[in-house]
Design a protein around this ligand. Structure first.
Ligand code: HEM
Length: 186
């Protein structure tokens, strides 16, 4: 969660509540659908969703009110982004930036472009709700609104149209908030 709910924290990204609504719906579906092939037990998934939900609820009055009125409950876009870089980063290099070492940056790739999400250790750091996306290209999981580690993979070719839409919205969400530090190379 963003730690400083400023007066202008909500933004004009009106599609973001849709993303969360999708994520919430899918994650609840995932709780009930969680199968033995999943690496997490249904209870663990439930706990994870609860943790995220509590974080959202505790985010403060402003966020709660904005969520009720349909404004975005997401952090505001950044105003000071650096020009995107396309330095090559291998998947194994990327894996080192998974939040397990607090002295290193945290990276998340979407469609091969690597975003620096170091500013949000409370979301992406070790043990945190969205750590599943850290240190990898997890395009498929983002498109599926899935926090399941088995979905956190780069190949998103199986996504249907609405999942592609979700992935594209996350891509645009990240583009507005995080610096692009490179691209994943084989
Ligand atoms: C009950 C379920 C969920 C709730 C209540 C919830 C709530 C939230 C909230 C309030 C934020 C904004 C945090 C901020 O602005 O600082 C957020 C961000 C986010 N959520 Fe969820 N979420 C849920 C499930 C999911 C699922 C299943 C996914 C899987 C794709 C997901 C992916 C994300 C991502 C990628 C962010 C962006 C974090 C960032 O970089 O700022 N969420 N969520």
């Amino acid at each position: 969660m963003s730690s400083s709910p400023s007066s202008s924290w909500y933004d004009t990204l009106t599609s973001t509540p849709v993303l969360i609504a999708t994520a919430v719906g899918v994650s609840f579906a995932a709780i009930f659908a969680a199968s033995s092939s999943s690496s997490k037990t249904p209870q663990q998934v439930k706990e994870q969703v609860k943790e995220i939900k509590n974080a959202a609820v505790n985010a403060g009055d402003a966020k709660g009110k904005a969520a009720q009125t349909g404004a975005s409950i997401m952090s505001a876009p950044a105003t000071d982004l650096a020009p995107p870089k396309d330095d090559p980063i291998s998947a194994s290099d990327l894996a080192q930036y998974d939040g397990s070492d607090p002295s290193k940056p945290i990276y998340i790739a979407i469609k091969g472009r690597v975003f620096d999400v170091t500013a949000k250790p409370e979301m992406y750091g070790q043990g945190r709700g969205y750590n599943v996306f850290a240190g990898k290209d997890a395009s498929k999981g983002l498109g599926m609104s899935s926090l399941d580690i088995k979905d956190a993979v780069p190949d998103y070719s199986s996504l249907n149209e609405s999942q592609m839409n979700t992935l594209n919205q996350w891509e645009s969400f990240f583009e507005k908030r995080y610096n692009i530090v490179g691209k994943v190379v084989p």
